[in-house]
Design a protein around this ligand. Structure first.
Ligand SMILES: *Cc1c(COP(=O)(O)O)cnc(C)c1O
Length: 379
């Protein structure tokens, strides 16, 4: 079955009790039992809920994974994975990560004596050199946020396999429509379903998808034991979102490509980061490991912080906001917004400078978006 069909049908059969075509929102915390030890597969909604289960099944199939588990946020999913580690263990992570993931590694799990070593993710050899006998997990995000750099999942997966270390890939930016890390050798995929999977900026959620039964059973135990689970309505919103993921992603990409080309030619722009541009230093890798380049762009403006501020405050269609992946276009200043909590030295190393702007290109009309940016750049 192809991706578009799976997104609409897998896990989403008509409701067995009523025939409802669309999976109902089972807004209940508990389930009445027929007798002691006799229940219909559900007991309590933290442990399992039919609406959440439909979403877990659908997401697993979209990532070509056997198992899916959903969470109340992307960070709740990440937290649950980190609970597989023990005091003294180490994580080797790509250095260009979602700001909240860095904060979780550096300011929460560090308190439990779990150390994270960050490496430049462009060269797989950097991961290999940072591995010690204590390394238990490699953590990647690709394309990265906000610099849109790529990590070679297949090469890093090979290193992880050889050293018997788990590899987890945060696939939020590409979405399973454009990239399937499990097929490239990752052990686990993590998502903030808040972004492209939900797709309408109306829900916060997370997910983990994987193939290994033992790790699945451990994470499923932690999902229930820790309790960072999503409610039925939030699960339903994400399930509704993924039905249109394929058509949305195509339009996000079409618009992003045209916006990136427009920005690249504009005299006020110093540099554009988009994996679909031939000028991107990893364009060949992008073509190899992704089936499309996504809807995220970042760019540097010629000029100082004031000039940058003026641009992000002048767009009308691109709303000045954090988050990404919704149908509406957003503009963001990583230095003071999404990445404000990242240590200054870390920001400098990555190139998160004061004149960097990030766009989440929505699915509005292409020309309207370009005209909006054109006006803002001329203001
Ligand atoms: C938003 C985001 C997260 C965190 O997800 P939440 O749902 O906000 O907790 C993790 N990784 C990436 C790449 C993100 O964009």
């Amino acid at each position: 079955m192809e991706f578009e069909t799976k997104a609409i049908h897998i896990g989403q059969e008509p409701d067995p009790t009523t025939g409802a075509t669309i999976t109902p929102i089972y807004q209940t915390s508990t389930f009445t039992q027929d007798g002691l030890g006799k229940h219909k597969g559900y007991e309590y909604s933290r442990t399992g809920n039919p609406t959440r289960f439909a979403l877990e099944t659908a997401l697993a199939s979209l990532e070509n994974g056997k198992y899916g588990l959903c969470f109340a946020s992307g960070l709740a999913a990440t937290t649950t994975i980190l609970c597989l580690l023990k005091s003294g263990d180490e994580i080797v992570a790509g250095d260009d990560l979602y700001g909240g993931t860095i904060r979780l590694f550096n300011r929460v799990f560090s308190n439990f004596n779990i150390k994270t070593i960050y490496v430049d993710c462009k060269d797989p050899k950097n991961f290999e050199s940072a591995i010690t006998p204590k390394t238990k997990l490699i953590w990647l995000e690709t394309p990265t946020n906000p610099m849109l750099r790529l990590c070679d999942i297949k090469s890093i997966g090979g290193i992880a396999k050889q050293k018997k270390i788990m590899l987890c890939v945060d696939n939020t930016f590409a979405s399973p429509y454009f990239q399937q890390p499990l097929d490239l050798g990752a052990d686990m995929v993590v998502h903030s379903t808040t972004k492209y999977l939900g797709g309408h900026s109306d829900v916060v959620g997370g997910a983990i998808i994987l193939n290994d039964k033992d790790i699945y059973e451990k994470i499923k135990f932690y999902q229930n034991a820790i309790g960072g689970t999503p409610g039925p309505f939030d699960s339903w919103l994400v399930l509704r979102g993924i039905k249109t993921l394929a058509v949305r992603m195509k339009k996000h990409e079409e618009n992003a490509m045209k916006v990136a080309e427009f920005l690249e030619k504009h005299p006020k722009i110093k540099k554009v980061n988009y994996p679909g541009l031939k000028s991107h230093p990893q364009y060949e890798l992008a073509k190899k490991q992704m089936s499309g380049f996504g809807g995220m762009i970042s760019f540097e403006v010629n000029g100082d912080k004031e000039a940058t501020k003026k641009i992000v405050e002048s767009t009308e269609l691109f709303a000045l906001a954090e988050s990404l992946g919704g149908v509406e276009s957003l503009i963001n200043h990583p230095f003071t917004m999404t990445h404000v909590g990242v240590p200054a030295e870390h920001k400098a190393r990555l190139g998160i400078v004061e004149n960097l702007i990030r766009l989440s290109v929505g699915i509005e009309d292409t020309n309207d978006l370009i005209n909006d940016l054109k006006k803002a750049l001329e203001s």
